[in-house]
Design a protein around this ligand. Structure first.
Ligand code: AGP
Length: 370
């Protein structure tokens, strides 16, 4: 068993460390030699069909849905097509407006999640084209979708998804660029800029991984609490939702992820002396806004850990108790870096609490029943 884990104590940790390779493998063969366009030969849609897409619905469960929240920002920003992201079990029963000019994207690591598969079938019945982002070739979702982008994360064993999520982000970046290229919403120079920054992501993840001991000691303090909060704005809000789920499922610490600006509309009532608040700031245009939210919780006694872009340490450091810096990248690509410390915090918190990291209670790796 230790051999399968390649020397790591748990599959989850091994899979976290496999992310640089998963990013490279998912990009491989999908970028032109000159780095100025994305080549997705697996997409059967013609340019004409792509130009006909009026809206996109991303449908998935759990962590895959969280990748879809980032996917919405990515596609809307790069291709200017309106995107909705739905939880598959809700989508099925809310009578969604699916038209032939809707593209439905289902996201599933396993490709076997019952609710996601049912959503795919519902979308096809209504005449939409369905694209799948999945990690498993030959899975039900891969077989039934019209187009499939396979994430090259390799087998994911731990119940808590890590490298599958980040590979799904890479798939969304590639697809967003592919749409932008076809629709002309981004020129080749702009595409080349994003592609170049994507190539730097694996090395930047490696730099974060070298800081694992720092995250371990931060997690050991968090593990003493039963409640905590995550806050972020913009795409950081999407990422903290994933950070919160990761922590819940394996450490059993209750946490909630909030859009930082929404705190004062209710949640602030729960902030009391000593409660940890993990605040993510990777979107520099929003950093002053989030900083003012940090000051609101600090004033009420919260213990704040800020995960911030390198370069913001001094400014943010004055207002928080703990700081963890992540390498800078383009704002749109930041989730592929910022989620990594949150994964490690969850892992080490689970470990500190003596839990079964790879097989948390009550959960299955793949949920094949409704
Ligand atoms: C992830 O950590 C969870 N265990 C869970 O939310 C998972 O992402 C969800 O069940 C969807 O699975 P899928 O990607 O295989 O469809």
């Amino acid at each position: 068993v230790t051999a399968e884990k390649a020397g790591f104590d748990h599959f989850m940790l091994k899979e976290i460390y496999e992310q640089p390779k998963a990013y490279r493998d998912t990009m491989m063969g999908r970028i032109s030699d000159d780095g100025r366009s994305v080549v997705l030969n697996e997409i059967g849609m013609t340019a004409e069909q792509i130009r006909g897409i009026r809206k996109i619905q991303i449908v998935a469960c759990g962590t895959a849905m969280h990748a879809g929240l980032v996917g919405k920002t990515v596609i809307e920003s790069l291709a200017r097509i309106p995107v909705e992201t739905d939880v598959a079990s809700e989508y099925r029963y809310r009578s969604p407006i699916i038209t032939p000019d809707t593209l439905v994207i289902v996201v599933s690591q396993s490709g076997e999640t019952a609710d996601t598969l049912a959503a795919l079938r519902e979308a096809k019945r209504n005449g939409a084209r369905v694209m799948a982002i999945t990690n498993v070739v030959g899975s039900s979702v891969a077989r039934e979708a019209d187009d499939v982008i396979i994430t090259q994360a390799g087998p994911e064993i731990a119940v808590a998804s890590t490298k599958a999520y980040t590979s799904q982000l890479i798939a969304f970046y590639l697809f967003g660029l592919f749409l932008a290229d076809t629709l002309g919403t981004r020129d080749a120079d702009a595409i080349a800029e994003v592609v170049a920054a994507m190539h730097e992501l694996p090395e930047k993840v490696e730099r974060i991984l070298t800081e694992a001991p720092v995250l371990k000691s931060l997690a050991e303090s968090l593990a003493k609490h039963n409640n905590l909060f995550f806050i972020g704005r913009g795409v950081d809000f999407a990422v903290v939702q994933e950070g919160s789920l990761k922590l819940k499922e394996i450490s059993y610490i209750h946490s909630e992820a909030y859009a930082a600006g929404e705190l004062k509309h209710g949640t602030l009532a729960l902030i009391e002396e000593g409660i940890p608040v993990i605040s993510l700031i990777s979107q520099e245009d929003l950093y002053e806004k989030t900083l003012s939210n940090i000051k609101e919780v600090k004033a009420r006694g919260a213990h704040v850990l800020a995960v911030v872009n390198e370069g913001l340490e001094e400014e943010v450091g004055k207002s928080v108790d703990e700081l963890f810096a992540i390498p800078k990248t383009l704002p749109l690509l930041a989730p592929a870096l910022s989620v990594v410390p949150l994964q490690l915090l969850a892992y080490y918190a689970s470990l500190a609490r003596g839990n079964d990291v790879d097989k948390p209670r009550n959960l299955a790796k793949s949920v094949t029943v409704e």
